[in-house]
Structures are given as structure tokens and as C-alpha cells.
Design a protein around this ligand. Structure first.
Ligand SMILES: Cc1cc2nc3c(=O)[nH]c(=O)nc-3n(C[C@H](O)[C@H](O)[C@H](O)COP(=O)(O)O)c2cc1C
Ligand code: SF4
Length: 350
């Protein structure tokens, strides 16, 4: 039986189908970290197509941990009213909505900011003191509390893609010799403490997920990370890449990308739901991954940026406006520069 449009629970919340919008920053769709009409419209259009869950883009827990001056913010209560509007437009479409909470660490890029921090002296960053680590853990907690106040169904802690948490997880970037470095238990400690702090202040139904790498040091160690995240209490895992894009080996018979393979291997290691991602773009691929129980949820990122109606087209067996895999994706600079979005605008104008 085709399970793609079947419900599945994450914690106590029912997700109406197996499609997820993974977090995708849309820098030029906000100003000074606030949600604006453009941002609302962006998420509304995707939600209206019948997707099960949206994870709103990486949102900064501290102004000095931002990826860009225009990154969405959640470090102050002043952001709550705008975030509430965002949660509301998605909920109106009967779609669950989470928000990814994020600190960029050594990848921070804020105009005029020179004091960049990381797990250790790494690239252009300096090592955080123990007190500063505690402060950042509290920033994540305060961010999650604001997310719940704004009406989100949960948060996704960003533990992937080379940002601060991966700088703690990875042996390549973490050279500390205190309680936050060295052994596996020490390197994962920051994610454990973030979970515990969030849990203390949010309600029982509030989802706390984590995005992680399937290549964090190795696939084997990533499985250990996954099992430990489950043991700590995280409600789901979204599997992508870790500190960097070092490839893991994938058997030749596995038909999709190694990151998707990593997700499917991690699924075998845990009992909580697993979201997989990377260049998943058509009905056949999605049905295979879900119906063969290789993943619990499939995240389609650029595919939904290129075609806002992706879920609707898929459900109705209509033609999808496939992502052209531009390099780099124009959405990183300006969503309106995406050639597929331009095509739709031109068609609508004619
Ligand atoms: C424009 C753009 C913005 C992204 N922003 C985020 C982000 O905020 N947080 C995150 O975890 N991943 C981010 N990613 C990675 C995506 O969530 C996803 O993992 C990646 O695009 C691969 O999936 P896809 O092949 O379906 O696009 C971003 C990717 C793109 C192209
Ligand atoms: S800019 Fe290119 S890569 Fe990015 S979503 Fe559009 S078509 Fe895909």
C-alpha cells in the first residue's frame, strides 16, 4: 500500500503525510531578523499545497551567532509577534510547523563583528569559555520558549552543516580538554544540556528534534550520535551532513544520494522518526523511500523552492517543475532570482 499520504506521529502530534519542508534560509525575505509579508507569503504558499510539516529556516538564538545580518531572529521577545503570524499562516493550512534554532559558531558572518566563537580555536574563531557555553545553552532554551509562546509545534536544534554544534561534535574542530571536548560523551554534552534545558520550560507536547550529520566523523559514529540523541530524549532526527561534506560509502545498489543512504542507515539504528533529505525530487523516489520503510519522512528542499506546488502536483499526479540544481542555488542570494520561480512569474503575467 502507498504510505506516502498516510499519517505518522512525531511525539504526540500527528503529521498528516510524509512530506516535510526542510529548513531553508530566505535571507532577503526578512529585515533585521523580523518576519515580513514576503516571508509570510513564502511559507503560506508552500503550506497551502498540503504538506505535512514545515520546519522554518535556521533562526538565530543570538545576534552574534548569525549567518547574515538578515537572518531570522528569535533571541528577543520582540520577534514573537512576527513569528506568531508565521506559525498561524502555516497552521491555517492544517500543517504542523516547527522552527530551526541555530548558532553559526565559526561560520558567523555579521557586519562589524570580529569576535567569532567556536568549540576551540578553529578557523577565524576563538574557543568559548565554560561560562559562555552555559550562556549559549540558555540562549537555545530561551529561543525554544519563545517559539512555543509564538505557537510553534516544536523546535529543531541545528546540529548539522558545520555550525556551532557540529564544531563541538567533530574531532576535527573540537580540541577542548574539559567537559566539552575529547570523549564522545563530552563532545555531545552541549546537545544534551540544550535538550534538558528546553524540556524544563516547554510543554509535554512540544516537539524537540535535532538536525544531524550522517558523516559526523564516520557513519558508525553518527549512528552512535543518533542513538544517544534518542536516549537523551530528542523526538526525531533530521539527517543531513555534519561539520563538512566528507562522503560516507554507499553500496552501489542503493539508488539515491549518500546523504539519503546515511538517513536510511540511521533509521535502522533508532526507534524515533527519521527525516531524510537530498536531491529527492520525484514521485517514484519518494514512494520507494517511504513504502520500503527506509525513511519515516522525506524532506524536499530545493524541489519546493523551484515549485511551490510540489506536494499538490505530486498528489494529483501532475507535472512537477523540477529544480534545475543551479550551483549555487540562487535562493541563497535572492529567492526571486530562481529561474523556475521566474518562469512561473512570467507564465502568470502572460
Ligand atoms: C537556499 C538554501 C537554504 C538552506 N537553509 C538551510 C537552513 O536554514 N537550515 C538547514 O538545516 N539547512 C538548510 N539548507 C539545506 C536544506 O535544508 C537541504 O538539506 C538541502 O537543500 C538538500 O535538500 P534538497 O536537495 O531537497 O534541496 C539550505 C539549502 C538551500 C539550498
Ligand atoms: S535557484 Fe536553481 S537550484 Fe535553487 S531552487 Fe531554483 S532551480 Fe533549484
Amino acid at each position: 500500500m502507498n504510505q506516502v499520504f498516510s499519517e505518522k506521529r512525531i511525539k504526540n502530534q500527528m503529521i498528516k503525510n510524509r512530506f516535510v519542508l526542510p529548513p531553508l534560509v530566505t535571507f532577503n525575505f526578512s529585515e533585521n531578523g523580523f518576519v515580513n509579508e514576503r516571508k509570510l507569503n513564502h511559507y503560506k504558499q508552500i503550506a497551502n499545497n498540503g504538506i505535512g510539516m514545515i520546519v522554518v529556516e535556521a533562526t538565530a538564538v543570538h545576534p552574534n551567532g548569525r549567518l547574515s545580518d538578515d537572518q531570522l531572529g528569535i533571541w528577543d521577545d520582540k520577534f514573537i509577534p512576527g513569528l506568531r503570524k508565521l506559525a498561524d499562516v502555516v497552521h491555517k493550512a492544517d500543517c504542523k510547523v516547527l522552527i530551526q534554532i541555530h548558532h553559526a559558531g565559526a561560520k558567523t558572518k555579521v557586519t562589524g563583528l570580529e569576535d567569532i566563537v567556536s568549540a576551540s580555536d578553529y578557523k577565524n574563531a576563538r574557543a568559548l569559555s565554560l561560562k559562555e557555553i552555559q550562556d549559549i545553552i540558555l540562549d537555545f532554551k530561551a529561543a525554544a520558549l519563545r517559539a512555543e509562546k509564538a505557537g510553534f509545534d516544536g523546535v529543531e536544534v541545528h546540529g548539522a552543516h558545520g555550525y556551532l554544534l557540529t564544531q563541538f561534535f567533530s574531532l576535527k574542530s573540537n580540541k577542548r580538554n574539559d567537559n566539552y571536548g575529547g570523549s564522545f560523551e563530552n563532545r555531545i554534552r552541549i546537545a544534551e544540556e540544550i535538550y534538558k534545558e528546553i524540556k524544563r520550560v516547554t510543554s509535554n507536547d512540544f516537539i524537540i528534534g535535532i538536525r544531524m550529520g550522517c558523516n559526523e566523523n564516520s557513519l558508525n559514529e553518527s549512528k552512535r550520535f543518533a542513538k544517544t540523541f534518542e536516549k537523551i530524549g530528542y523526538d526525531y532526527l533530521s539527517v543531513s551532513t555534519g561539520l563538512d561534506a566528507s562522503q560516507i560509502e554507499k553500496p552501489t545498489h542503493f539508488p539515491y544520494h549518500w546523504i539519503v543512504y546515511g538517513g536510511s542507515e540511521i533509521k535502522k539504528a533508532v526507534n524515533i522518526p527519521v527525516i531524510g533529505v537530498y536531491k529527492i525530487k520525484d514521485k517514484e523516489q519518494i514512494e520507494y523511500l517511504i513504502n520500503e520503510n527506509l525513511l519515516d519522512f522525506v524532506a524536499v528542499g530545493r524541489g519546493q523552492l523551484a515549485d511551490y506546488n510540489f506536494t499538490k502536483h505530486l498528489r494529483n499526479n501532475e507535472k512537477i517543475l523540477t529544480c534545475l540544481e543551479c550551483n549555487p542555488c540562487q535562493w541563497r542570494i535572492d529567492g526571486s532570482k530562481c529561474p523556475r520561480q521566474r518562469q512561473v512569474r512570467q507564465k502568470n503575467a502572460n
